[in-house]
Design a protein around this ligand. Structure first.
Ligand code: ATP
Length: 351
């Protein structure tokens, strides 16, 4: 059952095509993220779903209802803004109850609903505090409660964590995901932060220049990028220069640094090949299954729980990444090593 359906949605600002005829469907209770670089059209898409921006063409359905040109207040949607925008002259209770008062709901019901919303965001006891007496994370939780209290069918979040510091962002992203799962509320989350999207989402739409480059689960997007943009934008990708020797009947013979091996698929010269850094091994022990070549360690970079090795193989620079707990400490920059990868770990992209 789809809660949101977007058909050929387009927005032009004069000559600038901000959103270029995109399509997607969001399942009921799904956490769906729109991820992409600045200016790719994410916020415009979200604002069209909310009704703050009118589309140039296309359709938006919520359930079976065509809401493309419906007024925002009729859509049963909750929108949490980037800068959380809670009213400074109202305390927490007044902030959360504001939307209900506008709807002329009686005080007893308001008290009950606000209590539920405060419980949902763990802010019982904070009712009389003002914005200046709340941390950034608490303000963001008030902003969420203010939206949840109206019991929206769809929750829209526009970069809601971008004003928080890194540690709080890490905590909040787990917290929002848990809350969303508990409430089973269909959620559209806009972000340019890939770690937020990968951690929180059931599915992600990657946007680039007004178009959708790929839609998939976090796993799909990371393990099976369908084009160069996604491979480059998500995580680190080694682009491996393979030489095509021949290709027929669903198998291709290729070479890397003069080592020949076979990969699945028929290709002409128009293909690119990527390898994620965790699939490039240094001084591997099980060489027989791997394509192994000589390399030199150029840079070793400590990243806390991970260590990154930048290695040179012939003319190519490749990145390998290991958990800090793996005992590779004896390696130094400048060391000659063997690097290897399993051909099955390569992702072939035909752009
Ligand atoms: P960011 O992460 O920086 O917020 P975004 O992916 O959300 O970026 P949008 O805000 O949707 O991108 O903008 C998409 C394009 O549309 C940009 O080129 C932007 O300049 C343009 N745009 C957005 N809103 C308007 C507007 N009201 N008038 C004119 N152009 C606009």
């Amino acid at each position: 059952m789809f809660d949101v359906q977007i058909n050929k949605l387009t927005k032009k600002f004069e000559d600038n095509v901000a959103v270029n005829g995109i399509d997607f469907k969001i399942n009921s209770g799904e956490f769906f993220s729109i991820l992409g670089p600045s200016g790719c059209g994410k916020t415009t898409t979200l604002r069209m779903i909310a009704g703050f921006v009118m589309p140039t063409a296309g359709e938006i359905f919520i359930g079976n209802n065509d809401i493309t040109f419906q007024a925002p207040e009729k859509r049963n949607i909750g929108f949490v803004f980037q800068n959380y925008a809670i009213f400074p002259h109202m305390n927490v209770f007044e902030n959360i109850s504001f939307g209900l008062k506008m709807r002329n709901i009686d005080q007893k019901q308001i008290n009950e609903k606000v209590k539920i919303a405060l419980e949902q965001v763990n802010l019982i006891g904070y009712e009389t505090r003002y914005q200046r007496e709340l941390s950034g994370g608490e303000q963001q939780r008030v902003a969420l409660a203010r939206v949840l209290v109206t019991e929206p069918q769809i929750l829209l979040l526009d970069e809601p964590l971008s004003a928080l510091d890194k540690k709080l962002r890490e905590e909040m992203k787990i917290w929002i995901k848990e809350l969303q799962k508990k409430l089973k509320i269909t959620t559209v989350y806009v972000t340019h932060d890939q770690s937020e999207a990968l951690t929180m989402s059931d599915r992600i739409a990657i946007m680039n220049k007004g178009n959708i480059s790929q839609i998939g689960t976090p796993d799909d997007i990371y393990e099976k990028p369908q084009n160069t943009f996604v491979a480059d934008f998500i995580g680190t990708s080694n682009f491996i220069n393979l030489k095509l020797i021949n290709s027929s009947s669903g198998k291709s013979k290729v070479s890397f640094s003069d080592i020949e091996f076979e990969i699945d698929g028929d290709f002409n010269d128009n293909f690119k090949c990527i390898l994620r850094p965790e699939h490039l091994f240094i001084n591997p022990t099980n060489k027989s299954e791997l394509v192994s070549v000589n390399a030199r360690i150029k840079i070793i970079s400590y990243q806390g729980s991970l260590i990154k090795y930048i290695v040179e193989v012939n003319e190519q620079t490749l990145t390998a990444e290991f958990s800090n707990s793996m005992n590779l400490n004896r390696l130094k920059e400048g060391d000659n090593v063997t690097v290897g990868f399993n051909p099955n770990s390569l992702v072939i992209i035909k752009d």
